[in-house]
Design a protein around this ligand. Sequence first.
Ligand code: ADP
Ligand code: MG
Length: 619
Amino acid sequence: MAKIPINIVTGTLQQEEIIVGIDLGTTNSLIAIIHPETKKPVVLKEHHSSSLVPSVIYFDSSQNIIVGEAAKAHLQTDPANTIFSAKRLMGKSYTDIEQHADFFTYKIIDDDTERLVKVQVENKFYSPVELSSFILKELKTRAEHILKTPVNKAVITVPAYFNDSQRQATRDAGKLAGLDVLRIINEPTAASLAYGLGMQQNEEKIIAVYDLGGGTFDVSILKIASGIFEVLSTNGDTYLGGDDLDRAILSKWTGDLNLTSADLNKDPRLSQALRLKAEEAKKHLSFNEHFETTLNESALSINRAEFEELIQPLISRTLNSCANAVSDAGIKKEEIDVIVMVGGSTRIPALKEAVSEFFGTEVNDSVNPDEVVAVGAAIQADILAGNNKDFLLLDITPLSLGIETMGGLMDVLIPRNSKIPSKAGRQYTTQKDGQSSMRISVYQGERDLVKDNRKLAEFNLAGIPGMPAGLPKVEVSFLINADGILIVKAKELRSGTEQTIEVKPQYGLTDTEVEKMLLDSITHAKDDIAQRALVEARTEGEQILSTTEKFITKNSLRLQPGELMNVANAMQALQLALTMEDKDLIHQKTEELNEISRPFAERIMDEAVSEALKGKTIQ
Ligand code: ADP
Ligand code: MG
């Protein structure tokens, strides 16, 4: 029986399980959903607290794991047991991070520099995957608490420059936290989605995403066409972010207070307090002209003009990266249609102006820059949940695509839910000796037998050179391009003869029909498995029959009459079994025929070999 969850918050039946969007950030992480009723993105937060969960993990003296704001408080006071920036270690070896080893105040194991890094806390070792899973687990628990429903599925974002192993590590972290990670998407893509970019079918745009977070700066140039995002280039600085802006204020103040860095090192509490005040000042100056406070009875102050002067060099560095990204993308600045601002640090007015001036156009900053990536992840999650059908058809193939093989079986080349564009290929061969053409029939659907699926197209690959069965190599490749058009190509590899057709799989297919086809495949799953097994048994039986037949015709003179009789009987029994719907019987008769023919097949082979050794030919 199917379980239908009820959402206690909204009081509605939830047809589909909720899928959340997660921004797993270097500094802060957060979780968002599309509200089932209002269809609007909602960033999840508990009452009176921020939606941002600092990506910090604290291991207390009894090895309890504390994540978030409470953990952040231990950064300066207990640095060895407080892990921050775990994201920077994902998929990395010690050699990869050696240059920045000073940055980490906790112990990173360096005895095997090529292996993936581990972090040591007291006498325990943690991989970055485990550390990230603690953050994800915390987010999951919070979301379940707020939504009052289990949360098991998620879309998680990663930087566009993450390589495959870093993406896999992120997936693994999700799994470890008990989340089924339906998709990993790029942070700049998510941010663009949050601005509604890429949701229109015929939209073509070039987008620059400027993301200045707590410790990292990324700029990405994306191209969006037919709902597909392509990353043209990425650039940035993995050690430049809001923390550097705080440090700029901090060093001004240590100067004002006549303190040295030695003084600060001696007193972690003082330096922590100063750092927090500096961050407070920075944030305050995004909306005000002047900031003042006191620390241990000393007055501290800074105004906006002073701050802007301090951070000018940092802003210039980010603009340099932007220039590089633009040239790597092979475009001109003027071709960029939209600039999207991401990351808490982009709230700084002077920074916004500088970016806008650099690109020569206004920046998009209407969506909260802390939340924009999580919001985009939630939009993607909603699309995957099937709540946004127009987009679903555009972004992924709703039904599997394949060709007919022996016995009318469906051989899937591109499984359903594959992202488009998508490509797949497989080799096939002929069934008969001297077969000069091959029929390629293209189907769509989830059933095991093609007769239950939807036929899309059919063509003949002619001109296959005469060869014994099984020798020709015909490569069939499927390509669904960004417009959702399926291009099927068949090519005989020896002769090079080939043929191509194009079909539009979604043409004339409504959402209801797609749904029905999916439902049918579930209802008939058991029958289908049985049918497939029967067809496979028959195909095998037929093959054995035909090889035995060939063998006997060729070697009839070498067989004794008794042997001939036995084989003929076994062949007849198999032939009869093939007409019945009983796969076990077919297997049994195939096996019997094999048993009977094996001994003399071996004997004849031996004779042939010894004749060959005497200088005669085998044939
Ligand atoms: P990440 O993507 O690295 O996890 P975020 O996007 O959450 O980081 O950005 C965090 C940074 O944004 C911090 O350095 C924080 O101080 C900074 N920040 C937040 N609000 C403001 C503000 N109003 N003005 C300037 N900087 C801000
Ligand atoms: Mg971020």
